[in-house]
Design a protein around this ligand. Structure first.
Ligand code: NDP
Length: 282
């Protein structure tokens, strides 16, 4: 029987702490403000944006909504980013991904002022992570680290295996675990004998996007299993881990839903408050 890592409860605690920090900033005359940019009408993206705006309201962060039509040009989007960059009232900028295919997401991410990069996707933020410098960390891996801390799981000396090498999850996750003194292996679609590599893991992070792919044959008894996957299937939202099969042998596991997802959103609030604090500190 594994400990179920409760992302909903933890995220509420993280938001509560962020709300406290907002009060302190407000006492100094500053209200943290997040600009949220949504291009097009993808229903999943629209629902993510709604949830993020609801979190902002709960925490006391002002959110400014910029909804653009799907046919928005690169130039129009670039101009909006430039305007948000130079608006001193705005501390964080979030451009909801994915963007419509005709827009260049990489150049949009790179255009956001690094000081307002609350998603932690900007090359400067990633570079600072690689160099071990202070800076914005991508919300999903930062949320996972917060979960480990909250449950007293110290990665020091652990064999950590991260499945997935994306820029928003897998790579920063591996770097954060390395920073926390784990011995890290990063796996991907070309990894040979994935199950055998995973069975060597004391800490296994699945960020793949394949429903329930990770069954008990991938998991060492007693391992900590973090499921980042969000997959919409006919049976509803499921993770990359087959929870029913893995939970009996893991020592701790995150559920889907109710695991990493809520923490990702909570860390966006933390990053936005940090952006406001840094801007205020000058
Ligand atoms: P990407 O599609 O960008 O990356 C997926 C990674 O998984 C790639 O590195 C890919 O390898 C690897 N992969 C795919 N198939 C296999 C396989 N059969 N065996 C081994 N590795 C494989 O996805 P993201 O990183 O953006 O997201 C991963 C998952 O996490 C998704 O389900 C997404 O919805 C979810 N997610 C959840 C968040 C949350 O808040 N909980 C936030 C962000 C994402 P290769 O590089 O070789 O193609």
């Amino acid at each position: 029987m594994a400990t179920i890592i409760d992302g909903v409860k933890l995220a509420a605690e993280v938001r509560e702490r962020a709300a406290q920090a907002v009060k302190e900033l407000q006492a100094e005359g500053v209200t943290p403000c997040l600009a949220v940019v949504l291009v097009g009408d993808d229903p999943a993206s629209a629902s993510y944006v709604r949830m993020k705006e609801r979190d902002c309201a709960e925490v006391g962060i002002e959110s400014r909504d910029h909804r653009l039509p799907a046919e928005t040009t690169q130039k129009e989007l670039d101009e909006l980013i430039d305007a948000l960059n130079s608006d001193e009232a705005i501390h964080g900028i979030l451009v909801q991904m994915p963007l419509p295919a005709h827009l260049d997401a990489e150049s949009v991410i790179a255009r956001i002022a690094p000081a307002k990069d609350v998603d932690g996707f900007h090359p400067e933020s990633l570079g600072r992570l690689v160099r071990g410098l202070d800076g914005f960390r991508a919300c999903t891996p930062a949320g996972v680290m917060e979960m480990l801390r909250a449950y007293d799981i110290d990665p020091t000396g652990m064999n950590a295996v991260v499945i997935g090498r994306s820029t928003i999850v897998g790579k920063p996750m591996a770097l954060l675990l390395l920073e926390a003194n784990a011995t890290v292996t990063v796996c991907h679609s070309r990894t040979r004998d994935l199950a055998a590599v995973c069975r060597g893991a004391d800490l296994l992070v699945a960020a793949i996007g394949r429903p329930k792919m990770i069954d008990a044959s991938y998991v060492k008894p007693g391992a900590v299993v973090i499921d980042v996957g969000i997959n919409r299937t006919e049976e509803g939202m499921v993770g990359d881990v087959d929870f029913a099969a893995v939970e009996p042998i893991a020592s701790a596991i995150t559920p889907v839903p109710g695991g990493v997802g809520p923490m990702t959103r909570a860390l966006l609030m933390v990053n936005t408050v940090a952006a406001a604090r840094r801007a205020t500190a000058g």
